[in-house]
Design a protein around this ligand. Structure first.
Ligand code: AMP
Length: 184
């Protein structure tokens, strides 16, 4: 099963991904986590993307898609993945469809976490994970990029009838219940 967790920064994608992994044992594929690990390990990729992440911009599409293609080649993704923070552009969404088609797979569900902007900012500022992009300016940029580049991805999936809107307000368990309700 392939699931896209969709939503603006701070919507709770990572938290809900963790819950899904625990319950359904589907591996998590977070491009943000891959980039942060590369930065931490000072790899070539890390050096290339560090300033982009710090500023809240988007890493180049083809680079991101190639990375996901490499990741999806691992056997652990043979029965699916939870995509978190990817796809973030329509190009990435189309590329993902092609990558999955090669494996005779497809996106089965897109869960769109709906959270008002003020709440997103409050959550990001209070999550205190020490992320270098969790500053007022970084958040502002990420929300702007989200509205411009990423929001159209939702229309792409809506057209395919894959999107389930999830009220992203409530406890972690309540929100998870709303998602899991579609998976039984
Ligand atoms: P995230 O952990 O998903 O919030 O991602 C953190 C940062 O990594 C983003 O603000 C982008 O700079 C970069 N990033 C993560 N995923 C992508 C993606 N799919 N396309 C481009 N940039 C990404």
């Amino acid at each position: 099963m392939n699931i896209v967790l969709f939503g603006p920064p701070g919507a709770g994608k990572g938290t809900q991904a963790d819950m899904l992994i625990q319950k359904y044992h589907i591996p998590h594929l977070s491009t943000g986590n891959i980039f942060r690990a590369a930065i931490k390990n000072e790899t070539e990729l890390g050096l290339k993307v560090k300033s982009i992440l710090d500023e809240g911009g988007l890493v180049e599409d083809q680079l991101t898609v190639d990375l996901v293609a490499e990741e999806l080649a691992f056997a652990r993704y043979n029965s699916g993945a939870i995509f978190d923070g990817f796809p973030r552009t329509v190009f990435q969404a189309e590329s993902l469809d092609k990558l999955l088609a090669k494996k005779d797979a497809r996106i089965d569900f897109v869960f769109s976490l709906e959270v008002p902007k003020e709440e997103l900012i409050r959550r990001i500022l209070s999550r205190g994970q020490g992320r270098t992009d969790d500053t007022e300016e970084g958040i502002h940029n990420r929300l702007e990029v989200y509205n411009k580049e990423t929001a159209p991805v939702l229309a792409y999936y809506k057209e395919k009838g894959l999107v389930h809107d999830i009220d992203g307000i409530g406890t972690v368990e309540e929100i998870f219940g709303r998602i899991a309700g579609f998976l039984h």
